[in-house]
Design a protein around this ligand. Structure first.
Ligand SMILES: Nc1ncnc2c1ncn2[C@@H]1O[C@H](COP(=O)(O)OP(=O)(O)OP(=O)(O)O)[C@@H](O)[C@H]1O
Ligand SMILES: [Mg+2]
Length: 278
């Protein structure tokens, strides 16, 4: 019987086996590298998509701001033209009549002076209203609480909605920018209450929290679907979006809760109190 001799592998075969192992290791490493490359490509793709979406949102917001600014200017110009210019024209007519009557009856003169005075009073009121709506001087001169009081007084008179307001005096130590943010949020939230909520009463509160001031505006009106409104693709409304922007601009947080039977609560919390965040 012929015996098969078991010979040790020669050097060439050993080298080949080692090269094969190296090759296999390299293949595995390459596969791993390829996978992680694909993973990071996907990740960058996602990041890119996200940043594009954010850019789009910002552009949309900027456009809305410009449109709103233009719309407001249009409204102010129209009201100035229609209300003040016409009232002043009326005054002029009465003054002309007064001049003609100056030599005539004293009765007619008195009547015309009274009419002219009423028109002057109306113009003064309109100018005051414009100034108040554009930038309430009371906010700069007297502070947030008097400014809110004054706005709410007009609001209650105009809408017949009852307002309950609570605040703490320390809020006036906040800087002007933060007080303006709170004033604008209250103004926009209350305008929403009068325009959309069909409410009979609204509570506004300013409370001190550790390191923050919290403002809440709570109405007893019909609720709405907050997410649906805020996430609407082509949301043309600037009220809620603008409130959030203003609050976040000063490092605060903003939320809206709305539920059937509970009405709507708008909440703005702004950092305040520590030496660096006044
Ligand atoms: N307090 C509220 N009660 C009921 N619905 C509300 C209330 N606040 C907001 N809404 C709803 O949310 C929508 C968006 O409000 P938002 O203030 O953003 O816009 P708007 O008031 O419609 O327009 P504007 O840009 O003039 O403020 C409103 O159209 C309304 O349907
Ligand atoms: Mg609004």
């Amino acid at each position: 019987m012929k015996r098969k001799s078991i010979r040790p592998p020669n050097r060439h075969a050993l080298q080949l086996a080692a090269a094969n192992r190296r090759l296999n290791r390299e293949i595995v490493q390459r596969r791993l590298a390829e996978e992680s490359l694909k993973k990071s490509e996907r990740h960058y793709g996602q990041l890119l998509g996200e940043s594009r979406r954010m850019q789009e949102q910002l552009r949309h917001l900027a456009r809305q701001i410009l449109l709103t600014q233009e719309e407001e200017r249009k409204q102010i110009s129209r009201e100035l033209h229609d209300e003040i210019a016409q009232t002043l024209a009326g005054i002029n007519v009465y003054l002309a009549a007064l001049k003609a009557e100056a030599t005539g009856s004293v009765n007619g003169l008195g009547r015309n002076i009274a009419r002219t005075q009423r028109l002057v009073e109306k113009s003064v009121n309109i100018v005051h209203r414009f100034a108040r709506e554009l930038r309430p001087t009371v906010l700069d001169d007297m502070g947030l609480i008097p400014a809110l009081h004054s706005f709410m007084k007009g609001f209650a008179k105009r809408t017949h909605i009852k307002i309950h307001f609570t605040a703490f005096a320390g809020v006036e130590q906040m800087n002007n920018t933060k007080r303006t943010v709170l004033y604008r949020v209250a103004q926009a939230a209350l305008n929403n209450v009068s325009q959309h909520a069909h409410a009979s009463r609204v509570k506004v509160s300013l409370q001190k929290f550790p390191g923050a001031v919290r403002m809440e505006i709570n109405d007893d009106g019909k609720s709405f679907q907050v997410e649906r409104v805020l996430l609407a693709k082509r949301n043309k409304r600037l009220g809620l979006v603008g409130m959030r922007e203003r609050v976040e601009m000063v490092g605060g947080s903003f939320s809206v809760e709305s539920a059937p039977g509970k009405g709507t609560t708008v909440r703005a919390q702004i950092p305040f109190g520590s030496s660096t965040t006044i």
